[in-house]
Write a protein that binds this ligand. Structure first.
Ligand code: AMP
Length: 596
């Protein structure tokens, strides 16, 4: 590996980057810097953010621009405001010894008059988003006639965002003698078109560095029902102490909604999307960079190109529509040689996208289960234990308070004290997770026994199908019905298969040998004055649907017969406490089934 000294950069710049802590050039820097320093070549660099590409084009650019001439000599076009600001900040850090050099950044959503003033003062380097640049060009504020270098950064992103025409217009106002340096994480045909339309024999650099970045990303997915995605997100967050993540959503509305829910649920989260004012976006980005914000919930557009170090997770609340978006999203983590996780929380219908991305990035996703409530609690508990182990105790300050505490607790054993201290921290948490588990009934990972290895289809077909005369009309959803089946059937979710929820009735599958226990468990249970009835089913649901009324009539007819069983059943105390309830609008008498 070459050192920065060997790349042809001036001693001044080498010293600056050494002071910034860059010890060795990244692969793209090693390849691009000597080529670009020649100052007479077009270049196509296949590299995503995180590979050090800003320095790869930024350092040669600073060497080639003449600070003694006031005209604009270099233009860098980037898809988003965030990326433009980031590039500008990097360039300014590199150029801190270049006294007469002005780098001006122009982007939408901020005062145009300030930007006009800065450009007019003389800007040898302009960093711009396409829309604002076009605006300034049409106002004749920016003059590109003396441009020597145009850098198109994240070219694929700019095309994805519909900037094709803007880029054409921008490039058409620059002299033919300029060099174009194009960087892109992916190389779709549209990017190739730019290369062939505007570049002369460009040198192409594709990086092992790019692969390196990818290899540090662990691609994972969790399979859940659509409606459980938010719960799954919370579980992963709770299960991972120290998580520092970008949560991607497809729409601004989803982004806002999920961020609001997280905030309401006590998480350290904030949204980032285009409907926020610039000041709001700045505030959010600042706190994310400072690490005072833990979860940045963002749209693809708003979070593109952001460079924040040590992001542990990129979480996809849905798979992006565009394949390239996945690369850009996941590229927010595993930056500068670090490792990171890209976790997609997907429903069954998104599995196709996972396979497509696998093909496109040539990497396999690992399926990970959503941690169960118990696992989350266990993890939290261990996190607390580790904190206890590593906490700094300021002996002197605390000593004087302890004798009375020792006295107060003298009757407790060590185990009791641990339990009690842990409970102070955990009672509310455990309570919460009891509820969360109840809501998260269709969590696939908790029912994985019934799914094939690929998690796609119920594997089990040898169980029994049971008819139950309650359904949506009784205010049930699949989760609450599963809860009732487990409660009354005195079993757990792993024994229950597919649930077919209908209007006035439902079907569910149970593991072979479990049907009797579950059916007996419901003996004597009533819902809104109606006795709950279960039957082994050979019937297809469609037939039931058509004959729904008859079914209900049969229920009424059954009541007397079954009623006779009730008193004779042993161990039915809990169940009987629900029988005889005649209230119209509730499930139970004194005790409501806790899962409903
Ligand atoms: P970029 O791909 O330009 O967005 O850079 C990704 C991150 O890597 C930035 O935070 C840079 O400051 C950092 N970086 C760039 N080049 C080097 C280098 N040679 N050594 C260490 N870090 C670097």
């Amino acid at each position: 590996m070459k050192s920065f000294d060997a790349l042809g950069l001036s001693g001044e710049l080498v010293e600056v980057i050494r002071q910034m802590g860059f010890e060795n050039p990244t692969p793209i820097q090693e390849k691009a810097i000597p080529v670009l320093l020649q100052g007479n070549t077009d270049l196509v660099g296949l590299a995503q953010t995180g590979t050090g590409k800003t320095a790869a084009f930024g350092l040669p650019l600073l060497e080639l621009v003449d600070a003694n001439i006031r005209s604009t000599q270099a233009l860098i076009v980037a898809p988003t405001r965030e990326l433009s600001v980031q590039i500008t900040n990097d360039l300014e850090r590199f150029a801190k010894g270049f006294k007469d050099l002005n780098i001006v950044t122009v982007y939408g959503g901020a005062s145009i008059s300030d930007q006009i003033r800065k450009v007019k003062r003389g800007a040898q380097v302009i960093v711009a988003t396409p829309g604002r640049l076009i605006d300034l060009l049409s106002r004749k504020v920016v003059d590109l006639t003396q441009i020597k270098f145009v850098v198109l950064d994240e070219a694929d992103e700019m095309l994805n965002m519909g900037f094709k025409e803007d880029i054409d217009e921008i490039l058409s106002t620059t002299p033919d003698t300029k060099n174009v340096w194009l960087f892109s994480a992916t190389m779709p045909r549209e990017v190739r078109d730019i290369a062939s339309n505007y570049m002369n024999n460009p040198q192409e650099i594709a990086m092992e560095g790019q692969k390196q970045g990818n290899e540090n990303i662990d691609h994972q997915y969790a399979l859940v029902d659509d409606r459980d995605k938010y719960l799954a997100l919370k579980r992963f967050v709770d299960y991972t102490p120290g998580i520092f993540a970008v949560v991607f959503c497809r729409t601004k509305m989803d982004t806002q909604k999920i961020a609001e829910h997280l905030i309401k649920d006590g998480y350290n989260a904030d949204p980032l999307h285009g409907d926020l004012t610039q000041a709001q976006r700045d505030r959010v980005m600042k706190s994310f960079k400072n690490k005072t914000l833990q979860l940045l919930v963002a749209t693809d557009v708003a979070a593109r190109g952001i460079d924040v170090s040590n992001i542990t997770h990129v979480i996809h609340m849905n798979m992006p529509d565009e394949m390239e978006f996945y690369t850009h999203r996941s590229g927010r983590t595993a930056r500068a040689g670090k490792k990171g996780i890209s976790l997609a929380i997907v429903s069954k219908k998104e599995m196709g996208r996972i396979y497509q991305v696998e093909k496109s990035i040539k990497r396999k996703f690992t399926q990970v289960p959503v941690p169960s409530g118990d696992e989350v609690c266990q993890q939290k508990m261990m996190d607390l234990a580790q904190k206890v182990r590593t906490v700094e105790v300021s002996e002197e300050e605390i000593d004087s308070f302890l004798p009375e505490v020792y006295h107060e607790l003298k009757d407790f054993s060590k185990e009791d004290i641990i339990k009690r201290f842990a409970s102070i921290e955990f009672n509310r948490f455990l309570e919460y997770y009891r509820d969360a588990r109840d809501l998260n009934k269709s969590d696939r990972s908790e029912r994985k026994r019934f799914f094939d290895e690929d998690g796609m289809e119920p594997a089990y077909s040898t169980g029994d199908r049971i008819f139950i005369n309650i359904g949506k009309m009784d205010g049930l959803d699949k989760g609450s019905l599963l809860g009732l089946i487990c409660d009354y059937g005195e079993t757990d979710k792993t024994k229950i298969g597919k649930i077919d929820l209908k209007g006035a009735y439902s079907f569910f599958e149970v593991e072979k040998g479990m049907a009797d226990q579950i059916m007996q468990g419901f003996d004597g249970v009533e819902v809104r004055g109606r006795k709950v009835r279960l039957e082994m089913s050979g019937d297809r649901p469609e037939r039931r649907e058509r004959s729904g009324d008859r079914g209900d009539r049969r229920d009424r007819g059954d009541r007397g017969d079954r009623g006779g069983d009730r008193g004779g059943r042993s161990g039915g105390g809990r169940r009987r406490s629900f029988s005889g309830n005649r209230r119209e609008d509730s499930w139970g008498g004194k005790r409501k089934p806790k899962r409903y």
